[in-house]
Design a protein around this ligand. Structure first.
Ligand code: COA
Length: 246
């Protein structure tokens, strides 16, 4: 089964994570498919907006922890690394429709999305330190900017979960939508955006992102050095194994 499905309507590419038996945990083939779909969408003049979603009840439980256990070097060729750089520099609007779980990269990817719609039952969490890891996806730069330093420390050091209401209050989430409405609502917003003059929208996004794109890329790079070292530590491996022997 294809765990990333793609559909196109009215200039909107919708990418859906579909691995329900693992709560949509992202494995390496899923990252590769997402990256390819984004790079193709970048080149495709028929696509103006991309929506990233899970189901109406679950966004994603984050990186597949089994893949973390088996991880090779996090070099430029690694599927996760390629996805991070691609999503950070994606030139067309990216909209996230988030329900239920948004763990790890399920939260940090939202820092690269332009619009985020979430359900009230969302649980956001970046449990990196709990696993003996550190922030990724430039969250160490972007989260303090959006949420303030102390709140970022609460979520990235203590690794406390937070709700959609909290995320909306500090600006990570645009609007809270019911589970029944979520996917249709995100699609409506995406079609609204896709109907605007595409060049004007893309130039506007580029202007919004330009002031710190290089810093974001450099932060991703710096984080990956620490992340890769921590990933191979005994502490991290024990914590990952503990998850699977619950
Ligand atoms: N990687 C790999 N497998 C995962 C996973 C992940 N990130 N998240 C969930 N799964 C698997 C579980 O192992 C389980 O598989 P099994 O049925 O073969 O045993 C299945 O998905 C269902 O998960 P389960 O834990 O039973 O669901 P839950 O509703 O009780 O808990 C979570 C959901 C997300 C709270 C819990 O699964 C969890 O903490 N996952 C890890 C999240 C994480 O640390 N992500 C990486 C952050 S860097």
């Amino acid at each position: 089964m294809n765990e990333i499905t793609a559909s196109v309507k009215a200039g909107v590419l919708t990418l859906s994570m579909q691995r329900p038996e693992k709560k949509n945990a992202l494995n390496l083939p899923m990252y590769t498919q997402l990256t390819k779909a984004l790079l193709d969408a970048e080149q495709d003049s028929q696509i103006n907006v991309v929506v990233l979603q899970g189901s109406a009840t679950c966004f994603t439980s984050g990186n597949d922890l089994q893949d973390f256990l088996a991880a090779g070097p996090l070099d430029e060729e690694h599927p996760v690394v390629q996805f991070l750089y691609t999503v950070a520099a994606f030139p067309k609007p990216l909209i996230a429709a988030v329900a239920g779980l948004a763990i790890g990269i399920g939260t940090t990817v939202l820092l690269h999305c332009d619009l985020v719609y979430a359900t009230a039952d969302c649980r956001f969490q970046m449990p990196f330190t709990l696993l003996g890891l550190c922030p990724e996806a430039a969250s160490s730069l972007l989260l303090p900017q959006i949420a303030g330093y102390q709140r970022a420390a609460q979520y990235l050091l203590l690794a406390e979960p937070f709700t959609a209401q909290q995320a909306a209050q500090f600006g990570l989430v645009n609007e809270i939508v019911s589970n029944e409405q979520l996917l249709a609502y995100a699609a409506t917003k995406a079609e609204q955006l896709a109907a605007l003059p595409a060049l004007a929208v893309q130039r506007s996004k580029a202007l919004l992102k330009a002031p710190q794109l290089q810093q974001v890329q450099q932060t991703i790079k710096n984080e990956l050095i620490d992340f890769g070292q921590l990933l191979s530590s005994d502490t991290c491996r024990q914590r990952l194994q503990a998850f699977f022997s619950r």
